[in-house]
Design a protein around this ligand. Structure first.
Ligand SMILES: [Zn+2]
Length: 182
C-alpha cells in the first residue's frame, strides 16, 4: 500500500486532458495507491492525474453519506448525455480550503470500462453523478474554480496563487453531508 501526495493546483498535469488507458495490466497497483491516498485524505473521489498519473482513470466512494453505495472504479469514462440540474457545494483535494457552489446536471448517462477493459454504459444520479462529473473535469484539466462566475473566481485569486506557490503538501479536509471534497 502507498499513500501518495495529492498534486495541487498549479501543476501542469492538472491542466491537460489525460490519455486513454490502453495497458490494463498496470491498473491494479495504481488503483490500490489511489484508494489508499483518497481514504487517507478523506476525499470521496480521486482522478489519476491528482496523483500525477496521465490516464483517464478515476475512483469514487460516496458511501460516507446515507446513500447505500460501494466503491467505484471508472476507466476511460465518457459522459454521453446529461439531465436536469442541481447545485451543491464542492471542495477539491487539489485546491485545499476552497469550497464553491457548483451547478451540474443532476444525472448522467456514462460510458466507461471496468479495470479488465470490458465496456459498460450506465445511468447515474445524485452524489455519484456529481462526483463522476467532478473527476471527469479533472481528467480534462478543469477545476471547480473554472465553473463559477468570473466575479466569484476573482475572490479566490490570491488564495489560488498561494496554493500555486506553496510546496505540494496536502492538508486534511473534512466531508459533510452538505459539502464534499474530491
Ligand atoms: Zn477535485
Amino acid at each position: 500500500m502507498a499513500v501518495l501526495d495529492v498534486v495541487q493546483y498549479g501543476a501542469p498535469i492538472l491542466r491537460k486532458e489525460c490519455k486513454p488507458v490502453t495497458d490494463y495490466s498496470v491498473l491494479p497497483k495504481i488503483i490500490e495507491d489511489m484508494f489508499d491516498t483518497m481514504y487517507e485524505e478523506e476525499g470521496v473521489g480521486l482522478a489519476a492525474n491528482q496523483i500525477g498519473i496521465d490516464m483517464n482513470l478515476m475512483i469514487i466512494d460516496v458511501s460516507y453519506t446515507d446513500e447505500v453505495d460501494e466503491a467505484h472504479i471508472f476507466v476511460n469514462g465518457q459522459i454521453l448525455d446529461s439531465f436536469g440540474e442541481s447545485e451543491v457545494e464542492e471542495g477539491c483535494l487539489s485546491i485545499p480550503e476552497i469550497r464553491l457552489p457548483i451547478k451540474r446536471p443532476e444525472s448522467i448517462r456514462f460510458k466507461y470500462q471496468l479495470p479488465d477493459g470490458s465496456d459498460q454504459i450506465e445511468e447515474f444520479g445524485g452524489l455519484l453523478a456529481r462526483a463522476i462529473q467532478h473527476e471527469i473535469d479533472h481528467l480534462k484539466g478543469i477545476f471547480i474554480i473554472d465553473r463559477v462566475s468570473p466575479l466569484m473566481a476573482l475572490q479566490y485569486k490570491k488564495k489560488l496563487k498561494e496554493i500555486e506557490m506553496s510546496s505540494n503538501k496536502s492538508r486534511k479536509v473534512r466531508n459533510t453531508k452538505e459539502s464534499f471534497v474530491l
